[in-house]
Design a protein around this ligand. Structure first.
Ligand code: PHE
Length: 495
């Protein structure tokens, strides 16, 4: 068997790292508030269908593209076909932008963790507009994440995931149990979350569920390609993907079990309301505050868990960019990670300021084409670009490499696939999954257009064009490196 030059030491390490990327603010914050805004249990069922029909197969494609190439995303797509190497560059650019806004929210969660004992109720409006503090916590958050990346894939990312993910899981289970024992309101909360009423479902709810599935599973950018590249032949892609999808969905459901009974108990009028940002950063802190010392402890546990989730997600975003820089420019890992966080930190500053002003106080801070920085970059990446990149992955596997070849390669290393999968996979990856993704993309574009956010669309497709041009000019005919190029690999080659 070919020796892997560096990467995950174990299958479970890989699964936990990928699950660490997937489980994030999207599960703990986004999923509950989107469920609340879109009708409750029926939305949850549609979401689960999206994970099965779109998420699972896209994830298989992305991990497979990475695994077969054992290289960064640009080289990985180049290995699919030299003409489509630019897909890989677009998949590096998207995470870079996500880091910039995600780290601010990550900084907020760290602040809320630290502040738990002093009390978080009511601090958001003052904290989020306190520029220096926001910058400080964003920087702190980025430094913690970068420190993990600097340790390398096995000793940094894998080790951290093996400790933090089980911890996160225990905390969310604990909080859900606590929530379920609150008494009055619990049944109403559970009914809202678990008893479907399909009359509440609108086309917008379906699109939201689809988009949420991508985002929550960290698909439609380089992450699964990059993490997949660090796996060895012995790892079963399909089983790993099934476990990652299950884990991610389970955490989202647990977040719902933790939040809805609590909301119904403390603020029943908010069930099904349109509260977004407020749910996690305003309402929950108020709930915690009303509980005295227990509330402080639960608050600490809760925000500590959310911080963990955010860190393991940003780590994966950083890894995509860092991996490419290391391998293309032969930089040392620590140096590459520092450059990436330094640039992202600078970009995050205006976003952080605008987010604090526009989202919370509705005063004007620096704006991005009329939107606050979070909304702008979130729309650029999630609404417009992630589906595009997911299409790239499906197209690469379904139409360039061909599913038959993919099935054969996925089976290599002693990972036989069940017959039903061999039959279903080609149809899904060629037709059904891409068609559904296209619906998400068109729906997203339509909503941006009807909201007059043309700048989002222009900016997003500008980035795709930029990726294409840079690739064609500078990367297509040059060596873009592989995992084997990383210096740290020496010890692996020995074993
Ligand atoms: N999947 C993460 C979440 O649910 C977010 C994320 C998206 C992380 C894209 C990395 C890449 O919050």
């Amino acid at each position: 068997m070919e020796k892997r030059k560096n990467g995950f030491a174990s299958g479970i390490g890989f699964i936990l790292a990928a699950a660490g990327s997937a489980v994030g603010l999207g599960n703990l914050w986004g999923f509950p508030y989107k469920t609340s805004q879109n009708g409750g249990a029926a939305f949850v069922l549609i979401y689960i269908a999206c994970v099965l029909l779109i998420g699972f197969f896209t994830m298989i494609s992305e991990i497979y593209i990475g695994k077969r190439a054992q290289a960064n995303t640009v080289s990985a797509y180049k290995a699919v076909n030299k003409k489509v190497g630019w897909f890989g560059l677009v998949a590096v650019i998207i995470p870079a932008f996500i880091i910039c806004y995600y780290s601010i929210l990550g900084g907020w969660t760290v602040k809320f963790t630290v502040n738990s004992f002093a009390g978080n109720a009511g601090i958001l409006p003052t904290f989020s507009v306190n520029t220096w503090e926001v910058i400080l916590f964003t920087g702190l958050f980025l430094l913690i994440s970068a420190a993990i990346i600097m340790g390398g894939v096995e000793k940094g990312i894998e080790k951290m995931s093996k400790i933090l993910m089980p911890m996160l899981f225990l905390i969310i289970v604990g909080i859900a149990i606590y929530s379920l024992t609150l008494g009055t309101g619990v049944n109403e909360g559970l009914a809202f979350f678990l008893k479907p009423d399909f009359s509440t479902i609108t086309p917008k709810a379906i699109l939201t569920a689809m988009g949420q599935a991508f985002y929550s599973l960290s698909l439609g950018m380089g992450i699964m390609v990059s993490y997949g590249s660090y796996t060895g032949k012995e790892i079963s892609i399909t089983k790993s993907c099934a476990m990652i999808c299950i884990f991610d969905t389970l955490v989202a459901l647990l977040a719902g079990l933790a939040i809805f009974p609590a909301v119904a108990h403390f603020n029943p009028e908010l069930l099904g309301s349109s509260q977004g940002v407020a749910l996690m950063f305003i309402i929950l802190p108020e709930v915690f505050e009303s509980l005295g010392l227990i509330g402080k402890i639960v608050s600490f546990a809760f925000f500590f868990m959310v911080s963990i989730a955010a860190i393991t997600s940003v780590v994966s975003l950083l890894e995509v960019v860092t991996q490419f820089i290391i391998q293309k420019y032969k930089f040392n890992r620590k140096f590459a990670a520092l450059i990436v966080i330094a640039i992202c930190f600078l970009v995050s500053i205006p976003i952080g300021i605008s987010l604090g002003h526009v989202a919370i106080l509705e005063e004007s801070g620096p704006a991005f084409f009329g939107l606050d920085g979070l909304t702008f970059f979130d729309s650029v990446t999630n609404t417009v670009l992630m589906p595009v990149c997911a299409l790239f992955a499906c197209f690469s596997v379904g139409w360039i490499l061909k599913p038959e070849k993919a099935v054969k390669e996925i089976e290599e290393g002693g990972n036989p696939l069940p017959n039903w999968f061999k039959k279903v996979f080609p149809i899904m990856i060629k037709f059904i999954t891409p068609a559904l993704i296209l619906v998400v993309e068109i729906g997203g574009l339509y909503s941006e257009i009807t909201n007059g956010n043309y700048a989002v669309i222009v900016f997003a497709f500008g980035l795709v064009l930029l990726g294409f041009v840079i690739y064609t000019l500078f990367l297509k005919d040059s060596n873009t490196g592989t995992n084997a190029d990383e210096k740290l690999s020496e010890e692996y080659i020995e074993n």
